[in-house]
Design a protein around this ligand. Structure first.
Ligand code: MTE
Length: 307
């Protein structure tokens, strides 16, 4: 197989700049204004996303084909090869129910939501608990912007996400799994700058198999925390029982922060396999994002933070 090897900072423009940007008149206007004032253009909600250079993964980008044809999406089945079946998931209309401890519980249309947030592109490493890993450019916005729109009360301690349950998802027929797929983060994790809501991949709308039209992206945690195709977000004061915790609590915990030194009960987490070339590379604590997130956990030493 021919593998194009690029480092994160060498990515060709067509991969990192969505086509829409080149055509976007507001973007051009902002650029012209910036030139005129010799200062940076200020991005605004609804502007076309541009790449945020603060988030460089420092390793080659995974081939788009690999990232979009090797997936976990149990609603469509247990194999990695569900991308064809997932095409049946209709992406519009799409609404997200916001409920629980917020000022005004309501259902929001995804396109109304996207008008109210500033989107950008970030290249993140992604590490599955099964040890495979990828490096991909996500388009999306910080979860903190959505939290601000939801206006949680001071009693809210956790944010809980549920995947849609659609008739095209044949995996839902399996009574073995505690559907709907549910995941959660603390309100502090939700406010962290790394915590991202993905709406696109490789400059295109999020493919359904990767969790379109809207998913969570938590690059310092094992991939199972990054819930796909979100239909409901609940603010609560109770720690949720998450999907994999419900299936096998001895193997999958609430925190699931990446740590090469803490083995899964059935395999080592010391190294990871890069999708595409199958190279084995050392895993990093917090998947290499300790500088952003380690401080979230300093007072939680008694918790099982790494499973
Ligand atoms: N979300 C839902 N709803 N269903 C799933 O099966 N799998 C998780 C996570 N989110 C999953 C999910 C796991 S185990 C991983 S590793 C990532 O999605 C995979 O994301 P990707 O297919 O975009 O690489």
């Amino acid at each position: 197989m021919h593998i194009v090897r690029r480092r994160g900072w060498e990515i060709s423009e067509h991969l990192v700049t969505p086509e829409a940007l080149a055509l976007n008149r507001r973007g051009l206007m902002a650029g012209a204004l910036a030139l005129a004032s010799a200062g940076p253009a200020l991005a605004a909600p609804g502007d076309a996303p541009t790449r945020n250079p603060k988030f460089e993964a420092g390793r080659a980008l995974t081939d788009e084909k690999n990232a979009t044809t090797y997936n976990n999406f149990y609603e469509y089945g247990e194999s990695k090869n569900i991308w064809r079946q997932a095409q049946a998931l209709k992406q519009r209309p799409w609404t997200i129910k916001l409920d629980g401890l917020i000022k005004q519980p309501r259902t929001i249309d995804i396109d109304d939501l996207l008008k109210q947030v500033q989107q950008e592109e970030r290249i993140y490493r992604h590490r599955c608990v099964e040890t495979w890993a990828m490096t991909v450019p996500w388009t999306g916005f910080t979860l903190s912007q959505l939290v601000a729109l939801a206006e949680p009360t001071s009693a809210a301690k956790y944010v809980v996400f549920e995947t849609a349950q659609d008739k095209t998802m044949k995996g839902l027929d399996s009574p073995f799994y505690p559907w709907p797929y549910t995941e959660g983060v603390t309100i502090q994790e939700a406010a962290n700058d790394l915590t991202f809501v993905g709406t696109g991949l490789y400059g295109k709308p999020m493919p359904p198999q990767n969790g379109g039209p809207i998913r969570l992206v938590l690059p310092w945690k094992y991939g199972f925390k990054s819930v796909k195709s979100i239909a409901k977000i609940t603010f609560t004061d109770k720690r949720p029982k998450t999907f994999w915790e419900g299936i096998q609590p001895a193997e999958y915990g609430f925190w699931a922060n990446v740590n090469p030194a803490v083995a899964h009960p059935r395999w080592s987490q010391a190294r990871e396999r890069l999708l595409g070339n199958d190279e084995m590379v050392p895993t990093q604590i917090y998947n290499g994002y300790a500088e952003f997130v380690a401080s979230l956990y300093t007072d939680l030493k008694h918790e099982k933070l790494f499973m």
